[in-house]
Design a protein around this ligand. Structure first.
Ligand code: NAD
Ligand code: FE2
Length: 415
């Protein structure tokens, strides 16, 4: 067959997802059904906040009534220090867990994925840092998020804080994709405003970075990378995520009990997770790792803060400006012909301000002297940098960081 130009053939796509995904108010009632497919002995890895809610006794009661044996583990620390995982993995192994049920924020879900990994293949965890180093399947994880943003319930990655490393590190492998995701917005109703804001804006960053990911020529005869770059299957999903978040994220932050807003943001988060779990993320994430380490600020605060500046910078690239415009159109539900890159950047800057994310790096205490160090450390996140749609030279990163420090966007000043 004569070789055809790639554009004529169209782009390729990959999705690696949980075998089951349930979404919506009330779906948590499916949990006993979903869990018992995998066996009888259940290690419940629970976010500590759940111990103060009726969800814990209700869930354990429903599982035991279904004939399952449940052991609870809830010693989870936010941002997940690595040394907290070994004890949990030992509990899982000694108990002989058939399945891990994870309920909580991104930290708890990531903890469960890594407990599944360590209890199946042994430690130390640093053997698996990076991509595709998990040797095989792990104990199945059923993931139930109580925050809306990380998308960890559907993604192939878990992130930890390792004191031996300058930055947070990720373990990425298709084997870490949970076996099932049960996303019930009811569980997010009590989430505090800052958690709602920072997790929720991270979902938009996932969608935006997924939609603007670099396109790779994949070698389909070889093992695939965990993150495949731009991907035909996820494009509508990424835009749809933005559509849910655009009108509703600020409502969820201002009115934590607004059920419609929680539903919409949970949907945006799930779709953002599905999107970036296949494509990967890029510059906001590469820059957040060192920013977060230096300023001790949460993941979503840093990725959200950087989003307008990164969208602004990548808009200068041929073919990316239209994509940035499409994200803005999706956020507001308007035709793409009425959108533009500048309008999108302004809209995102307005959104992050409305939900209380700081507008500049100066506001979170980053000094001019720290910018070169941040750029150098970001460049070390090779898997994220590779997915950026522009050539991310040190100078370009420094330019983005300088603008973010002073609040300077191409079309206007934000601070
Ligand atoms: N694996 C992935 O794909 C992925 C993607 C993005 C971020 N992450 C990671 O996820 C972590 C952040 O997750 P997060 O934003 O969900 O926050 P989190 O899990 O760290 O939780 C933040 C705080 O909120 C509490 N909390 C959670 N749900 C609550 C609820 N419904 N009501 C009251 N309190 C609640 C937790 O107990 C905790 O104190 C970071 O470690 C980040 O690196 C992972
Ligand atoms: Fe993120």
């Amino acid at each position: 067959m004569p070789e055809q130009p790639r554009a004529a053939l169209g782009a390729t796509g990959t999705l690696r997802l949980p075998a089951r995904v349930h979404f919506g108010y009330g779906v948590r009632a499916q949990l006993p059904e979903v869990v018992r497919v995998h066996g009888r002995r259940v290690l419940a890895v629970l976010d500590p906040f759940l111990t103060r809610t009726p969800y814990l006794p209700d869930t354990v009661g429903a599982l035991t009534s279904a004939g399952l044996d449940v052991r609870v583990y809830s010693d989870i620390t936010p941002e997940l220090p690595v040394d907290t995982l070994d004890a949990a993995a030992t509990v899982a192994r000694e108990y002989g867990a058939d399945v891990i049920l994870a309920i909580g924020g991104g930290s708890a879900l990531d903890a469960a994925k890594l407990i599944a990994l360590l209890s199946t293949h042994g430690g130390p965890l640093n053997r698996y840092y990076g991509e595709n180093l998990v040797p095989g399947p792990v104990v199945p994880v059923v993931a139930v998020p109580t925050t809306a943003g990380t998308g960890s319930e559907v993604t192939p990655v878990a992130v930890v804080t390792d004191p031996a490393r300058e930055l947070k590190v990720g373990v990425s492998s298709p084997f870490l994709v949970p076996a099932a995701a049960v996303v019930d917005p009811e569980l997010t109703l009590g989430s505090p405003a800052t958690v709602t804001a920072y997790s929720g804006i991270d979902a938009l960053v996932h969608a935006a970075e997924s939609y603007t990911a670099r396109e790779f020529e994949l070698d389909w005869s070889a093992a695939l990378p965990v993150f495949t770059g731009r991907n035909a299957l996820i494009e509508p999903i990424a835009l749809r995520a933005a559509r849910h978040l655009g009108p509703w994220l600020k409502v969820a932050v201002r009115e934590p009990a607004n059920r419609r807003a929680r539903h919409e943001v949970a949907m945006g988060s799930l779709l953002g997770g599905i999107a970036f779990g296949s494509t990967g993320t890029h510059l906001c994430h590469a820059l957040q790792y060192p920013i977060g380490a230096l300023t001790k600020t949460p993941h979503g605060l840093g990725t959200g803060l950087m989003l307008p500046y990164v969208l602004d910078a990548i808009s200068a690239e041929d073919g990316i400006a239209e994509r940035v415009a499409a994200i803005g159109a999706a956020l507001d539900g308007i035709p793409v012909t009425r959108s533009s890159p500048g309008r999108t950047v302004a809209r995102v800057a307005e959104l992050i301000r409305a939900i209380g994310v700081p507008a500049t790096l100066a506001e979170i205490g980053v000094t001019r002297e720290q910018l070169p160090q941040i750029a150098d450390l970001a460049l070390k996140s090779a898997r994220l940098i590779a997915i950026a749609p522009i050539e991310p030279t040190r100078e370009r990163l420094l330019d983005i960081l300088n603008r973010a420090r002073h609040g300077v966007l191409t079309d206007r000043r934000v601070a």
